[in-house]
Design a protein around this ligand. Structure first.
Ligand code: CTP
Length: 401
C-alpha cells in the first residue's frame, strides 16, 4: 500500500523514539522510501546509526557538516517528502512548531515543508493534558496538521493515562488510509462556501450571523486531503487553513461571495455551499458612522442574491451541488423545498433542536436528504467527521455517474 511513497520521519527526544525504529521497519516493509531527521535530543535515546542502517539514507540532524562545512538543505527534505511524519513528537517540539521556532533541522524542515504533516505526540499524561500543550496542538490542527491522538495506558513515568504514542501498526494503518484517500479526488476541482457574510450598515457596523465557518473549512480540508483542488470562498471567520490544495478566497458580503462563486462554479465538478449567507442587506450603506438620534432607527433592507439558487440554475450534467439547511421548525419539509428549489443533489439538514448541532460548536448532527425522498440520519459527530461523511456521499454519487 505504501509502495514508492516518500515519508520523512521526524524523531524527537522522547522515550517513544525506540518505537520509531519499529515504525521505520514497518514502513520499509510496506514499500515506502523513508528518510529520517532527528532532533539533537532524539540521538540521546536512539543512535543515528540504527535509523541510517534501516532507512538506507544518512540521518539528517545538523544544519551543516562540521568537518566539510557542507550545508544540509532543509528545503530539499521538505520538498522530497510526500508526507512528514513526526513520531514521537514531544511537548517541546510541538510547542516550538506551534510558535514557529527554528533551532534545529527538524523544525526548519517543518517550517518549509509543503507536504501534509502528521504528528504523533508522546509524553507524560500531565504534560499532554496541560493547557499549553492542548492549545499548541489545537493551533497545529487549525493550520492543517494532522494529529494522531495518543493512546491511553501505562507511561514511562509509571503513571497511567493518555500520552502513549500510537503503536507503529496503528500509524502505518493510518498512513495507508491517508494515501488511499489522498488519491481518490485527484484531478477534480471543488468549490466550498463557508462562514457568515457581513452586510455593512455604515463604516463600523454590519448585519451578520453567528456562523463560525468550521463546517465549511472542515469540508474544504477533507476535499483537499483527498486530492481535489479546492476554492474556499470564506466570509469573515477566525479560522486559518493551510493546505497546498486549498486556495482561500476571503470575502465580506453576500454580493462578493456571489460574484466569486459564479466565476468559479463553471470550472468545478463539486460545490458544497456551507456559508450562512445573509438573505438581506441594508439598502444604503452610510458613508459616515451613523450618529445616535431619536428613539428609533429604521434600516431598510433589500434582498441579497441567492448563491445556491443561481448555481443550481447554472448546474450542468455531472456537476454535484450540495447545500445546507439550518432549521428550527418544519425541518424536513423546509429542507426538501430548499433541495428542490436550489437544484441540490442532496441537502445536509442540521436542526437547531439537536444539542451540539449548528453554529459555533465543534460538533454537528445531520441528516442527508435526497430528491427521491431518501433520508440518511447520522449521530452527533465532530465537524471533521461530518465532513468525511459528506465527501464520502459525494464520492458515492460520482462513482454512480
Ligand atoms: N444560500 C446561498 N445564498 C443565499 C442564501 C442561502 O447560497 N443568499 C445557501 C446556503 O449556503 C445553504 C442553503 O442555501 O447551503 C440554504 O440556506 P438557508 O439560509 O437555510 O436557506 P434560505 O434559502 O436562505 O432560506 P431561509 O433563510 O428562508 O430559511
Amino acid at each position: 500500500m505504501l509502495k514508492g511513497k516518500k515519508i520523512l520521519l521526524g524523531v524527537t527526544g522522547g522515550i517513544a523514539a525506540y518505537k520509531s525504529v519499529y515504525l521505520l521497519r514497518e514502513l520499509k516493509k510496506q514499500g515506502a522510501e523513508v528518510k529520517v531527521v532527528m532532533t539533537p535530543m532524539a540521538k540521546e535515546f536512539v543512535g543515528k546509526l540504527t535509523f541510517a542502517t534501516l532507512s538506507g539514507y544518512p540521518v539528517e540532524e545538523e544544519f551543516f557538516d562540521r568537518q566539510t562545512g557542507q550545508w544540509f538543505s532543509h528545503v530539499e527534505l521538505g520538498l522530497w517528502a510526500d508526507v512528514f511524519l513526526i513520531a514521537p513528537a514531544t511537548a517541546n517540539t510541538i510547542a516550538k512548531m506551534a510558535h514557529g521556532l527554528a533551532d534545529n533541522l527538524l523544525l526548519t524542515t517543518y517550517l518549509s515543508a509543503r507536504c501534509p504533516v502528521i504528528i504523533a505526540p508522546a509524553m507524560d499524561v500531565d504534560m499532554y493534558n496541560h493547557a499549553a500543550t492542548q492549545q499548541n496542538l489545537s493551533v497545529l490542527k487549525q493550520r492543517g496538521n494532522i494529529v494522531l491522538e495518543p493512546n491511553e495506558g501505562e507511561l514511562a513515568s509509571g503513571l497511567v493515562g493518555r500520552g502513549r504514542m500510537q503503536e507503529p501498526e496503528q500509524i502505518v494503518e493510518f498512513l495507508e488510509r491517508f494515501f488511499a484517500k489522498s488519491q481518490s479526488l485527484k484531478g477534480l476541482k471543488a468549490l466550498v462556501t463557508a462562514g457568515p457574510t457581513y452586510e455593512l450598515i455604515d463604516p463600523v457596523r454590519f448585519i451578520g450571523n453567528f456562523s463560525s465557518g468550521k463546517m465549511g473549512y472542515a469540508i474544504a480540508e477533507e476535499l483537499a486531503m483527498r486530492g481535489a483542488k479546492v476554492f474556499l470562498i470564506s466570509g469573515p471567520t477566525h479560522l486559518s487553513i493551510a493546505h497546498p490544495n486549498i486556495e482561500l478566497i476571503k470575502v465580506v458580503s453576500a454580493r462578493e461571495m456571489h460574484r466569486k462563486a459564479l466565476d468559479i462554479f463553471p470550472s468545478v465538478k463539486i460545490a458544497v455551499l456551507a456559508a450562512a449567507v445573509a438573505d438581506y442587506r441594508p439598502a444604503e450603506v452610510a458613508s459616515q458612522k451613523i450618529k445616535k438620534s431619536g428613539d428609533e432607527l429604521v434600516i431598510r433592507l433589500v434582498k441579497n442574491p441567492d448563491i445556491a439558487r443561481d448555481l443550481g440554475k447554472l448546474k450542468s450534467t455531472g456537476q454535484i451541488l450540495v447545500g445546507f439547511a439550518l432549521e428550527t421548525d418544519n425541518e424536513l419539509q423546509n429542507a426538501v423545498e430548499k433541495l428542490k428549489s436550489k437544484n441540490f443533489d442532496f441537502i445536509v439538514l442540521n436542526s437547531l433542536k439537536d444539542e451540539g448541532a449548528g453554529f459555533g460548536t465543534d460538533t454537528n448532527k445531520v441528516k442527508f436528504i435526497f430528491s427521491n425522498g431518501q433520508i440518511k440520519d447520522f449521530p452527533l459527530k465532530t465537524k471533521k467527521y461530518v465532513a468525511k461523511d459528506i465527501i464520502d456521499q459525494i464520492q458515492d454519487l460520482l462513482e454512480r455517474q
